[in-house]
Write a protein that binds this ligand. Sequence first.
Ligand SMILES: [Zn+2]
Length: 107
Amino acid sequence: MKRETPWTAEEVAELTRRWGAGQSVRTIRKAMGRSAGSITGKAARIGLEARPSPIAFVPRMRAGACPFPTIRDGTPVACGKPLAWAGDYCPEHHVAAYCRSESRAET
Ligand SMILES: [Zn+2]
C-alpha cells in the first residue's frame, strides 16, 4: 500500500479553508490532488466539523428510483436503480437497508 504523502502546513490551511467554505470533497480532491480518503481522514484528524450524513445530500429522486445513498468519486449520490417489486429501494439496497438496521454496527 502506498504511503500517504505528509500534509504540509499550507495544505492543512487550504483544506481547512476549503472545507469551511463548504466545498465538496470531490472539489477539494481535484484542487489539491489528494484522494477523497486522504482528505476526509485528514479533516477528521484535525478536528474539522464532520459533514452531514450523505443522506442529507441526496436529492429527492424521481418516483420508482432507488434513493439509497452511495458514494461515487467521493460525492454522495442516490443509487437511482429501479425499485424492488415491493420496497423503497432497488433489490440490492433493499437487502443493504435491512441488514444495516437489524445487525449491530461493527467496530
Ligand atoms: Zn439501490
